[in-house]
Design a protein around this ligand. Structure first.
Ligand SMILES: C[S@@+](CC[C@H](N)C(=O)[O-])C[C@H]1O[C@@H](n2cnc3c(N)ncnc32)[C@H](O)[C@@H]1O
Ligand code: SF4
Length: 672
């Protein structure tokens, strides 16, 4: 929050996934592994992370509660570390790491004795994965991984037996590369279901989940010829980069992903920079940008990589991922927004977003316009002049507490309309007109209440509750032509929200409305969500647009709603549904009250007739007094039946009382 109580968004990538290489090197020489293919380039066959560096990393991890996932290995065999138990113990001392999902992969060859005990006793590893490639038979395993099938399987069997009692929480799985036909020329490739059945036969009895995977072409490993398969579509950014991941090598070099073995693919070193700085510094920003724009050729290590979000996710998953990234405030660059939400995952209202009169609190991803060059302002411009955007160029316009300052609202709204695309969304937040602070504010020149957006359209169709704007002397919703002016714009309100002062927050909405419309200082702020219509559309098309509408909500609006305790249905359709349900329940209640009342009135009039007979026959004073009292009680009882009975101008009450008075007069007349 800043000094004025506003929430100030900070755009920062925070580490969420960490990988730590414990060992660079391996006791196996698997065919498809970059450790094998790069072994000749290494000066030492084995390099191990130093405990001092791991200690530093553990305390750095503790600075980032955002870290939820830790890969405690890279390509090499982590159990080959001579101080393996100490490595686990060091990580376990980190509070964040001990809560995170820590995954370790192993080739299983060293998984016995002291190393196995270390995993079972330190509790820090939550998921242990056995690299077990091939089709579940000895021949294919050994073709891929070397002559270790029996030893590895024995270790896995012994370990899983021990884990069942000593670490029942430890999740066990395989990572099994199933080569596709042609990828392993010297081995017959069985059908996939046969291979899977063989793997399940081996691992199901051990309680180990079988997780098959395809062979993939790791980046930067030119000599790795085993995979001839590149997915036809490599596009849409990188999974690791968008997970805000950092991988640390044994030497402390930080890398953007786990796909590259070479330590040359570096964005800095953890001995010099913190994890947050590494993610937000220039080298990582450049890589992220090139990948988001699908310009992989600009990053040597990525140009050869087949891992891509577009290649692994379906269109709706891809769209959901990018929307989530945007909602987290992670896509601030205009070109990236255009590309991602225009081409990669086409999404309405996401490409070009403009905040008019943004002040210091521009939401992330918006082009900020203000008359002062405040921090966050991208374009210094006067809203009373022509807006600095082309016709039909903007997808979403946000104006929070700024339009009340302009000289000529109609003119500004026409400019807003001009720059908007057909179907663009507009979100206006403004002080509610009927509050004394607003009325006194000399800088506020425009009135905003439930009627304001009626003058921006001629359409009579709106999902806004008619109870908000019904006026016996005005036409339904759209009043743009009400002074015979030309309907030159069409901006339709699809949602309105009111923010109340504390004394009114807990009242039912119709009571709030009644107070708001008749008193000052009930409602402090109003928000409108609007759609720009530039092409002729049918009512059905408009209703469909409303149905798909996802109202933009700034962090300020959400914070303000929490502060004001405003009840906000989670979606527009829920909003409709719940108000329809409310009305239906109210109507049912009124109907049953009415039926009850009619029944009682009928029985009362029957009793009246009986009394009349009785009075006519035997009229004595004490009896009369009792009768008058009895009928009076009936009227009171009737009143209690319906909470509206004593409301002014209740015709049923009027009729009943008149009847009672008449009855009393007649009784008096008789008794006189
Ligand atoms: C009350 S502040 C609101 C700032 C921000 N939108 C928010 O919600 O907190 C009003 C902002 O509108 C800007 N503003 C007022 N009149 C303007 C105009 N004619 N042209 C451009 N900006 C204007 C002011 O400079 C100020 O930053
Ligand atoms: S695209 Fe680049 S950063 Fe992403 S996984 Fe591939 S090599 Fe790594």
């Amino acid at each position: 929050m800043d000094a004025t109580g506003h929430f100030v968004p900070t755009v920062r990538h925070m580490p969420r996934q960490i990988g730590i290489e414990l060992v660079r090197g391996c006791n196996f020489s698997c065919q498809m592994c970059p450790v094998t293919t790069n072994a000749h380039r290494e000066t030492d066959h084995f390099q191990f992370i130093e405990l001092g560096l791991l200690e530093k990393l553990a305390s750095e991890i503790d600075r980032w509660p955002s870290i939820g996932l830790i890969y405690f290995f890279h390509f090499g065999e982590p159990l080959a570390h001579p101080e393996f138990r100490q490595c686990l113990e060091t990580l376990a001392r980190s509070e964040v790491a001990s809560k995170a999902h820590v995954i370790q992969h192993t080739n299983g060859s060293l998984l016995r004795g002291e190393k196995a005990d270390a995993i079972l006793e330190t509790n820090v590893v939550k998921r242990l994965v056995f690299s077990f490639d091939g089709f579940g038979d000895k021949a294919s395993f050994e073709m891929l991984r070397g002559p270790h099938f029996d030893r590895v399987l024995k270790n896995i069997r012994d370990f899983t037996t021990a884990a069942r009692t000593r670490r029942p929480d430890l999740h066990l799985a395989t990572a099994s590369i199933l080569p596709r036909p042609g990828e392993l020329p010297s081995v017959d490739t069985p059908p996939r279901d046969v291979a899977l059945r063989q793997l399940h036969d081996l691992f199901d009895p051990l309680g180990v989940a079988v997780e098959p995977r395809d062979m993939h072409n790791y980046s930067g490993n030119d000599v790795l010829q085993i995979s001839g398969h590149m997915p036809s579509r490599v596009f849409g950014g990188c999974k690791w980069v968008e997970a805000d991941a950092i991988y640390i090598t044994v030497n402390g070099w930080a890398q953007p992903c786990c796909a590259v073995y070479s330590q040359e693919f570096r964005i800095g070193n953890v001995t010099e920079s913190g994890l947050g700085d590494l993610l937000n510094a220039e080298p990582m920003r450049r890589i992220r940008r090139s990948l988001r724009l699908d310009r992989r050729g600009e990053v040597p290590f990525c140009s050869n990589c087949e891992l891509s979000l577009g290649g692994s996710l379906g269109p709706s998953e891809l769209q959901a991922l990018w929307k989530k990234r945007d909602d987290e405030g992670m896509i601030t660059d205009a070109e990236e927004r255009q590309y991602i939400f225009g081409k990669v995952a086409p999404t309405p209202h996401r490409q070009t977003r403009v905040d008019l009169g943004c002040g210091r609190v521009k939401p992330p991803g918006f082009i900020g316009v203000d008359r002062f060059p405040l921090p966050g302002v991208d374009l210094v411009a006067d809203l009373d002049e022509r807006l600095p955007f082309d016709d039909d160029s903007v997808d979403l316009i946000h104006a929070s507490h700024s339009l009340e300052h302009v000289r000529d609202l109609s003119k500004v709204i026409r400019e807003v309309y001009r720059i908007s695309k057909h179907g663009a969304q507009i979100c206006i937040v403004a002080p509610y007109y009927q509050q004394t602070l607003n009325l006194a504010n000399p800088y506020h020149k425009q009135a905003f209440n439930e009627h304001t957006p009626r003058f921006w359209t001629v359409s009579a169709t709106t999902p806004v509750d008619p109870a908000e704007y019904n006026d016996p002397f005005a036409r339904p919703w759209g009043l743009l032509e009400s002074d015979h002016s030309v309907a030159d714009i069409d901006i339709r309100c699809v949602k309105m929200e009111f923010f109340y002062f504390p004394a009114y927050r807990d009242l039912q909405s119709h009571v709030q409305r009644h107070h708001r419309q008749h008193q000052l200082d009930v409602c402090e702020q109003i928000a409108y969500h609007l759609l720009v219509i530039k092409h002729p559309i049918s009512e059905g098309e408009f209703l469909e647009m409303i149905r798909r509408f996802e109202p933009f909500e700034s962090a300020n609006l959400i914070a303000r709603r929490k502060l004001s305790g405003s009840r906000q249905p989670s979606s527009l359709s829920e909003d409709f549904d719940s108000s329809r349900e409310d009305h239906r329940a109210e109507l049912d209640q009124l109907r049953s009250d009415r039926d009850l009342l009619q029944e009682r009135l009928a029985s009362l009039s029957q009793e009246n007739q009986k009394l009349q007979h009785l009075l006519d026959r035997e009229c004595t004073r004490p009896l009369l007094r009792t009768l008058v009292l009895q009928s009076g009680r009936r009227v009171l009882h009737l009143g209690r039946l319906n909470r509206d009975f004593f409301a002014p101008k209740n015709s049923q009450r009027e009729r009943t009382i008149k009847m009672f008075m008449r009855f009393q007069r007649r009784l008096r007349g008789k008794s006189a």
